[in-house]
Design a protein around this ligand. Structure first.
Ligand code: SAM
Ligand code: SF4
Length: 325
């Protein structure tokens, strides 16, 4: 339990701060703040942190980045995490570009759930937002569906003037594949670029947009994930839609259950606050000490703030790609 009575049992593990896409809302223009490769956690180091966290009651794990599938040892990392006692569920978040070839190996390695970023179905808008072609991503979605994961979710960042006209089409696309579609509010994590607060489109606006053609009813089903999304069913189409109101939902942090591990070995108790705890001295000391890693995880839980500070003149320290989304 953290000081606010929340059970912290979910670790998001960023395996790299690099990416093969360039999403305008994730990477500030001209970003050069990459960690040196030598400072990236090795697979062994990642496993040691996950192992230490399971001893402290962590049960849910998600691999993320940057883009986790660009790590050549990603399948091995997934398999090793899945084999650890205490791990109950393992997910991965990806842009889908390399999923066509990796969906099946990841499934075999033990990955249970896959979140795929898909902000638009329009190839031109996709190219503008990410710098890449949509075709491989759609192939990745199909491969994830064919591989038979427990759940495959699609994620779209809400952007006024860019993705806000895509919502019904995305919902329909996801529902046709029996995938929950989730809409995420833009967080102020990539300053200085072409995406700014003028693009902010709230979850309430997204719900109103979908309510123009259907009726949203709170979903009675067990939520298909362990995060903060609120799920609704559309009465007419039956689609399952999740909303992540990171900025506007007042009680967004009340049920937060996670810590983040950055690719360069920092434990981050909150995405929207800058405090981090450096695990590297414990992991890279000449006599690596499991107690020190466990102590740092406990410290991160103890220091977990009650709420993020996105709405209090938040100044970006690290962008999303460097923290791990
Ligand atoms: N590369 C993978 C992907 O795109 O899914 C995993 C990492 S990405 C940082 C994880 C999630 O963070 C994605 O769903 C992405 O859309 C979201 N994200 C990135 N920057 C964001 C921002 N400024 N506001 C809200 N969500 C953001
Ligand atoms: Fe890469 Fe994912 Fe960030 Fe896009 S959202 S730049 S795919 S890490």
């Amino acid at each position: 339990m953290d000081p606010f009575g929340r059970q912290i049992d979910y670790l998001r593990v960023s395996v790299t701060d690099r990416c093969n896409e360039r999403c305008l809302y994730c990477m500030p223009e001209g970003y050069r703040g990459w960690a040196r490769r030598a400072d990236h956690l090795t697979a062994d180091e990642i496993i040691r942190v996950v192992e230490a966290s399971t001893a402290l009651g962590f049960r849910k794990f998600r691999l993320t980045g940057g883009e986790p599938l660009i790590r050549t040892d990603i399948v091995d990392i997934a398999r090793r995490i899945w084999e650890l006692p205490g791990v109950q569920t393992l997910g991965i978040s990806t842009n889908g570009v390399q999923l066509a070839k990796l969906a099946e190996p990841l499934k075999q390695a033990g990955v249970r759930s896959v979140n795929i970023s898909l902000d638009t179905l329009d190839p031109t808008v996709y190219q503008k937002l990410t710098g890449c072609r949509i075709g491989p991503v759609l192939d990745g979605v199909a491969a994830a569906q064919a591989a038979g994961f427990e759940v495959v979710k699609l994620n779209c960042v809400l952007l006024r003037g860019l993705t806000d006209d895509q919502l019904p089409g995305l919902v329909e696309f996801a529902a046709a594949r029996n995938m929950p579609m989730r809409f995420i509010e833009l967080m102020p994590l990539a300053p200085g670029g072409p995406i700014d607060e003028r693009h902010f489109f709230s979850v309430a606006e997204a719900m109103a947009r979908l309510a123009e053609t259907d009726v949203l009813e709170p979903a009675a089903d067990k939520p298909p994930g362990h995060g903060p999304a609120r799920y609704f069913r559309l009465r007419r189409s039956g689609a399952l839609v999740g909303f992540i109101g990171a900025v506007t939902c007042a009680d967004f942090c009340a049920t937060c259950n996670k810590l983040r591990l950055t690719a360069n070995g920092r434990l981050r108790p909150c995405l929207g606050r800058h405090g981090e705890i450096d695990l590297m001295p414990a992991l890279r000391s000449p006599s690596p000490d499991g107690t020190a890693v466990a102590g740092a995880i406990t410290e991160a839980i103890t220091n977990k703030p009650e709420t993020h500070s996105f709405t209090d003149d938040f100044k970006v320290g690290r962008p999303m790609t460097a923290i791990g989304g």
